[in-house]
Design a protein around this ligand. Sequence first.
Ligand code: GLC
Length: 715
Amino acid sequence: MPDKIKSRVDTLISNMSLRAKIGQLNQPETPTENNIEEFKEAVRRGEVGSILMSVGATAGNDAQGEINVDFYNELQKIAVEESPDGIPILFGRDVIHGHRTVFPIPLAMAASFNPELVCRCYRDTAIEATNDGVHWTFTPMLDLCHDPRWGRIIEGTGEDPYVGAGIAKAVVEGLQGDNLSNKDSMLACAKHFIGYGASEGGRDYHRTEISDYSLFNYYLPAFRAAIKAGALTVMSSFNDVSGQPVTSSRKYLTDILRGNLGFEGFVVSDYDAVIQLIKQGVAETPEQCAAMALNAGLDMDMHDKCYIDNLETAVKKGVISESVIDEAVRRVLTVKIRAGLFEHPYTEKKTIDRSKHLADAREMAAESIVLLKNNGVLPIDKNSKVGLIGPFANERRSLLGSWTIDGKAEETSTLSEKMREEIGGNLNVINSAALAWDSTNKNIAAADVVVLALGESWTATGESRAVSDITISAEQKALIKKAKTYGKKTVGVLFCGRPIAIEEIAEDLDAVVYAWHTGSEAAGAVSDILFGVKTPCGRLPVTLPRKATHIPLYYNVTSSGRPVNCYYGENPGNCYVDSMPTPYYPFGYGLTYTTFDYSKPVCNNSKLSLQEVKNGKKFDISVFVTNKGENSGKETVQLYIHDACAGMMRPLRELKGFKKAEISAGKTVKIDFELSYDELGFYDEKGNYIVEKGKFEVFVGKDCLTNNSLEIEII
Ligand code: GLC
């Protein structure tokens, strides 16, 4: 911490009462009309360090009022001018994937494999949200997840630590901008630390069982990247890890987060997580909850008032020392100073031209959409007659996805509107609900192509929204079957948040466009892709299984010792006797409107000594990629490794690099990768990073199942 900040913090703390110090660790939610006066008095006493700018435990699924900037400025004025120490309040809100301009859900943005664009979208987001008075957002959500039944898989980056780390960096840098103290810089918050995505059965908030080895190699890399990118806040998670609630675990919140990952900012709890230690069975009283959490390294208490109501007594009883409180306050004040909050505590709202943001949203939506299947039906000729049917043809709200507090469904175009813009009278929107299904329906009979607009409601995703069966509704499945009876080329557009079990659906369709919940510009982006205005280029950041009963099914799995590895098709019949558990669409998969050929990868320096690697020498790997088709296209060239023999078992494939390249029809481009010390090691169960001598298989291709490989060796 720079000296001048340290001395400023020391001076503030030396003048603060114990209660005022605890006030800095207290984050109530926005007051309502029935407690506003009492709330203002608490602010006046210096007991409100931060405000959660929303009402309700699952803000992502509940309607929240628009931000009243004047109201927050009024509260801020009381804190700055009337409280004993004049410390500004830090305003935090769940600005998860956009503000008024809504970008695709984070899982869809991960599918873009375009971190530069992700960064741009979060820069746009910070500009809009800080203009509404938001200083701090509770994002990026970095919970790696192997179970799509979990509703919150949509908020994260999927099943891979390397993708997660890249997104973490892009989001933090986008939100915080060039200088943390700029007015349009918004503090990031890496959440939920740690292991929340491993909730048993995908059942939200339930127990997790994670070995330290898995924690360091699957769950922590994205947090490590967020901290390296400059994240100054972390949110602890609701779950326990192997019998320890994270909220009260010094092992996770201090030894690992600060000791191993080097985090220097402050930790905020999740909503009411401190008082929930009683229900988790490790505390009997609120005072014990407060003392346990603070001693573990949890600095700020979200909503349950457990700190402000109990820490003074805890200090007086000697249950906790004031020096521990001072340390937490020091961290919070340091962040407030670095965010420039003392210099600009108030918001002067200005008019923002969102046209660039909306253009970025349309670009990001198009880059996130994954073309899964295409039997020559896409792109659709604009002179074709198109029949559009299905519950998502005129849908607005679900296209925005969960955790869209400030987006406006009424401003969101529908797929029918955008397709009409593109092909006018050639579009015939057919109401499936009212449709008397028979084989002579004239509207469908007249169509050259049928587009089914299907998907999953936003309300089936997000917090407290786990599902036991990852699929679309029975009515939508029946619609697919019925459409098939017309013998028309049929395209399925799936506006789904989570990955769904797709075998039964995809087999009856001639083309499948996975449109996720892609935000304000979702409909326009889907139309662009259907008619070839844009070429699809998204790639799956998660596996799409055949059936829900095959979960968990993820690509970065270690090998069995027996002659079977179902993900990679080694004797999959030995997995289940009643179904084939290979992935229907694997991690990294996606089609375009052309095809690409890969040369064998080559490495001119395929043997390096361990010392050379430690000294920074890198393996240089290159491949030639040729566009064999008539259309230009963007290919995401992916590089995986397999450490075939190591001190601990390593996954059969680990993504360690990707390059997204636009390649014109008939052209060949050379794609270069470097593999260095940072990509060739793993963490042991104590969190030590280890690079060993030995051979590595290196795969370069279009998804994780590629066998286009070479061997390198650290000697
Ligand atoms: C919720 C979520 C967390 C969110 C917080 C504030 O319960 O778990 O992700 O940031 O509370 O709304």
